[in-house]
Write a protein that binds this ligand. Structure first.
Ligand code: FAD
Ligand code: NAD
Length: 467
């Protein structure tokens, strides 16, 4: 008879694999069941990593096309080799997913390939690709099954001409006309990739703004910059259908409030209106767990309503981000090991990896206003930052929000080159409950983009020196 596990994790994405590695480190007998054929989940296989590989390559292509000459670099005429660009993306994915298998071995985690299903308390049934089933006995079960694309009724995704993010990461040619449904993170990132490679991009968004949930001043600036780069935004507009019968696609649009329909042409349509938890067919009923209407499994410090069944990542509430899933996975393993695992949901950064990048942490100005909280604000434009000037990357700003009385930093919002890296300084400051003055009086190296953070922090108390 096989040994009982301390925990069996269903799902090998950032939530599941980090939970497994931490559990292994803590000496727990751990297995991770994954049905995809590779570890790493959405993030490594069809999410964060492949999208960033294409964002990087396409940004280089655009820079070579439009910026090199002004720097005194002559390239002659450029040519896109899309197969190689997609190939290097696949190589990055392959290397990183295999890396997790290595980390599992290193930490004594059993990687079990197959589809997992809870089969009552302490039991996980695994169906291998061959159809063969086996049952794992375990003291704890962690659900880390992630999320899937939210479909749009009336628009059928075929991953060829009407694609989700997965199809948009592997198109075999650059679409002449690309229509994005949804001006969220995926739309703006993948829309940027294909625009840089030559597509004419139209973004159809139901709301009257892009990037809902992010600071609205940031979103407004971002939209202005992306429009200047050539993206056409149709806000307050809904897609009611995509006719696929002709050689080109016919996309029907209507004002969000209802009204006269219009039609635009597209070679490719990307549906990116959000993701939904992937919790169907998991055997939740065998342990009495119910999901909410949208499919999310509720948790209290990662515990579900069923004893010794835990949940982390996209399939439970909170932002659908890889680092949120990772932090939950780690804290969950620590709790199972009897430690005090914890996630500070007030300090989870969000980054949009466009050019310029957009990064946020903590409360937005809109949230502080609606909460009626008194705050002070410091803002500094990259136009006045010396490194941004030498790099010809002067778009954007840093904004820091602090409590009007205590000066504790409540939020930070940035748009500009490299802000996805720079936001971590503010995350650390907020974890230590720093005041804006703490950041303003910290020596920052010159010349760097991070000096814009310091100047914005000075601005909270009205003594910005360099603008
Ligand atoms: P997932 O990564 O979805 O992993 C769940 C895994 O469980 C999957 O591999 C699935 O096959 C497996 N599974 C499900 N059910 C079963 C079962 N019954 N048995 C066995 N296995 C099962 N986030 C960021 O923070 N930064 C980014 O830059 C970023 N970019 C993204 C780009 C795109 C295009 C997309 C789609 C997402 C992006 N995300 C990004 C979001 C990020 O990918 C997710 O938040 C993250 O992957 C969630 O991790 P998870 O472990 O909860 O779930
Ligand atoms: P999203 O929630 O970021 O954006 C979806 C957008 O679609 C919203 O602006 C919404 O108002 C709009 N929308 C919804 N229904 C619509 C309709 N019928 N017609 C037109 N517009 C409509 O979702 P996403 O961009 O699909 O991304 C999914 C998830 O993946 C997000 O939760 C995100 O956090 C994660 N992700 C993160 C990153 C990153 O961290 N850099 C990158 C990609 C994806």
């Amino acid at each position: 008879m096989s040994e009982t596990y301390d925990l069996v994790i269903i799902g090998g994405g950032p939530g599941g694999y980090n939970c497994a590695i931490r559990a292994g480190q803590l000496g727990l007998k751990t297995a991770c069941v994954e049905m995809r054929g590779t570890l790493g989940g959405t993030c490594l296989n069809v999410g964060c990593i492949p999208s960033k590989a294409l964002l990087h390559a396409s940004e280089m292509f655009e820079a070579a096309n439009t910026e090199f000459a002004a720097l005194g670099i002559k390239t002659g005429s450029l040519e896109l080799d899309l197969d190689t660009m997609i190939g290097q993306k696949d190589e990055a994915v392959d290397g990183l997913t295999k890396g997790i298998e290595f980390l599992f071995k290193k930490n004594g985690v059993d990687y079990i390939r197959g589809k997992g299903r809870i089969a009552g308390s302490g039991k996980v049934e695994v169906e291998a690709e061959s159809g063969e089933t086996s049952t794992l006995e375990t003291r704890n079960i962690v659900i880390a099954t992630g999320s899937e694309v939210t479909p749009l009724p009336g628009v059928e995704i075929d991953e060829k001409r009407v694609v989700s993010s997965t199809g948009a990461l592997s198109l075999d040619k650059v679409p002449g006309k690309l229509v994005l449904i949804g001006a969220g993170v995926i739309g703006l990132e993948l829309g940027s990739v294909w625009r840089r490679l030559g597509s004419e991009v139209t973004v159809v968004e139901y709301l009257d703004r892009i990037l809902p949930g992010m600071d609205s001043e940031l979103a407004k600036t971002a939209q202005r910059i992306f429009a200047k780069q050539g993206m056409d935004f149709k806000l307050g507009t809904k897609v009611t259908g995509v006719d696929t019968s002709g050689e080109t696609l016919a996309v029907t649009l209507e004002p969000a409030e209802g009204g006269e329909a219009t039609t635009i042409e597209a070679d490719t349509v990307l549906v990116c209106i959000g993701r939904r938890p992937f919790t169907e067919g998991l055997g939740l009923e065998t342990v009495g767990i119910e999901t909410d209407k949208r499919g999310f499994i509720a948790n209290d410090h990662f515990r579900t309503s069923a004893e010794n069944v835990w949940v982390v990542g996209d399939c439970t509430h909170g932002p659908m981000l890889a680092h949120k899933a990772e932090d939950e996975g780690v804290a969950c393993a620590e709790r199972i090991a009897g430690k005090a695992g914890h996630v500070n949901y007030g300090v989870i950064p969000g980054v949009v990896y466009t050019a310029p990048e957009i990064a946020s942490v903590g409360k937005t100005e809109d949230e502080l206003k609606s909460e009626g909280r008194k705050y002070k604000k410091g803002k500094f434009p990259f136009q006045a930052n010396s490194r941004a000037r030498t790099n010809h990357a002067t778009d954007g700003f840093v904004k820091i929000l602090a409590d009007a009385e205590t000066d504790e930093i409540l939020g930070a919002h940035m748009i500009g080159a490299n802000v996805g890296e720079m936001i971590s300084e503010l995350c650390l400051a907020m974890e230590f409950r720093a005041s804006s003055e703490d950041v303003a009086r910290t020596c920052h190296p010159h010349p760097t983009l991070t000096e814009a953070i310091r100047q914005a922090a000075m601005g909270v108390e009205g003594w910005t020196m360099q603008s």
